[in-house]
Design a protein around this ligand. Structure first.
Ligand SMILES: Cc1ncc(COP(=O)(O)O)c(C=O)c1O
Length: 445
């Protein structure tokens, strides 16, 4: 047979029975009772019997309405370009080009790209540092109130909840404050698609919410949802998402979303509750982030380790594959697709790696001064420089160690020595080349 480098790599890896503690949430297993059979047979284009995602209505519209109901939201749109497409769409709806915006410091790089694409001017919302867990805590409502007093013209708040580490913010409280301010709350809930099926109505107060079905639910890569609680119509969701999505969205992917919802309502909720119990037991037995540190997604397993990267490698040597690690943590994504045998295998592997408190894991430094707008910087004629020689210059790109993909340096910001020192401290390769904008960007403010 012809050389098949990627196909061979993937099938061989899958055949080695890795324990997938990473996304996608299906873990390589078909949905029990709801298999997506013959994806080629249902891979269509826009025809009268199949409908058109961006025209609305039809069978796709019915399937989306059922998802909206499951999330206690008014409308839902299927996304086949991940939460990335959803975050860009939500910002497009919530803001006008040139607007200021309150942006959670922990937003994903897609939100930072949205700033540049839409010419938004960010004021960053910092989060408290949870020393004992080495993570950022939730966004406090009183902090939002103070920021809105200082910046009364800002009408959009965009936050991430849950974070990669599983930390939840109080969405209803933040939504109410934005509501009273006449503004909009956008929640990037990429990691929280499973929460409603655990009975946690985490997102429904948000004016716009985005979830990646593929991260925590048994759904294929890139499948995601954009949800509105009534402030924005389904037609508006379709308009915004069509700006960023393919005009040939995948029907097997949308069909998989339909199956996934039915499975979650029938069996997946129970399976997920079982997973939450397994995770609670592992959190008791091993050093991990717990609800005593911060409000947490009950199924995200963030292990604490003084040597996170080594602990990750120790697990990988045992064929257990975490989602990510940093210097102080190893993050695992258990889902409803993980069986009791999988948890037993995980528990045995965890006994053989070094875990323990990470009290000295450093907080990220506050965001550096914004010298010019994200748009000016991202689209400026840039020059490459090794990061460790870039202090004093203006970043024309993000530095967002991935995962979690949260920028430490963002376009338009001054590159400061303390930020480079922080990146070095968390084990980031600062010899890496970064694009820097010219020292004087035209029209910078
Ligand atoms: C918080 C957050 N938002 C958005 C995204 C983008 O999601 P997707 O990969 O579905 O495009 C990610 C991806 O990791 C994320 O962590």
């Amino acid at each position: 047979m012809e050389n098949l480098p990627l196909y061979t790599a993937l099938t061989e890896f899958a055949a080695a029975r890795p324990l997938r503690m990473h996304m996608p949430g299906h873990k390589g297993k078909p949905l029990p009772g709801y298999p997506l059979t013959a994806p080629y047979a249902i891979d269509f284009t826009e025809l009268p019997p199949t409908g058109n995602l961006f025209d609305g209505g039809g069978a796709i519209g019915e399937a989306e309405a059922l998802w909206a109901e499951a999330f206690h939201m008014d409308s839902c749109l299927f996304l086949t370009g991940g939460s990335t497409q959803g975050v860009l769409s939500a910002l497009t709806l919530a803001c006008r080009p040139g607007d200021p915006i309150l942006l959670d410091r922990c937003c994903h790089r897609s939100a930072f790209n949205g700033l540049a694409l839409l010419d938004l001017h960010p004021v960053f919302v910092e989060r408290p540092w949870v020393e004992a867990g080495g993570v950022t805590g939730p966004i406090f409502p009183h902090v939002l109130k103070t920021m809105l007093k200082t910046h009364p013209s800002i009408k959009t708040l965009c936050i991430t909840s849950p974070t990669y580490y599983g930390v939840l913010s109080d969405i209803p409280a933040l939504a109410q404050i934005m509501e009273e301010h006449g503004g909009v709350l956008v929640v990037d809930g990429a990691h929280g698609a499973h929460l409603p099926f655990l009975g946690l109505d985490h997102l429904s107060a948000a004016h716009l919410a985005v979830v990646s079905a593929h991260k925590t639910l048994p759904a294929p890569g890139q499948s995601a949802l954009l949800l509105s609680n009534g402030r924005f119509s389904q037609e508006q969701l379709r308009w915004a998402a069509s700006l960023y999505g393919s005009s040939s969205p995948s029907y097997p992917m949308m069909a998989a979303l339909d199956l996934c919802r039915a499975y979650m309502l029938e069996q997946g909720g129970d399976a997920y509750r079982q997973t939450a119990e397994e995770v609670a037991a592992l959190r008791r037995d091993f050093p991990a982030l717990t609800p005593s540190h911060a409000p947490l997604d009950p199924t995200r397993l963030t292990l604490l380790s003084p040597h996170g990267f080594q602990a990750q490698e120790g697990l990988e040597r045992q064929n257990i594959w975490p989602e990510m690690a940093d210097g102080g943590h190893v993050v695992l994504i258990p889902t409803c697709a993980d069986s009791q045998e999988d948890f037993l295998r995980l528990q045995q592997a965890l006994e053989r790696v070094e875990l323990g408190p990470c009290p000295h894991y450093p907080p990220p430094p506050p965001m550096s001064p914004q010298v010019c707008s994200p748009r000016q910087a991202l689209f400026a004629p840039a020059e490459p420089l090794p990061l460790d020689r870039a202090a004093g210059r203006i970043a024309a790109q993000q530095v967002a160690p991935y995962p979690p993909g949260i920028p430490v340096i963002a376009p338009g910001q001054a590159i400061e020595k303390k930020t480079i020192a922080y990146l070095e401290q968390i084990g980031y390769n600062t010899r890496q080349v970064i694009s820097v904008a010219p020292l004087c960007v035209e029209g910078s403010r």
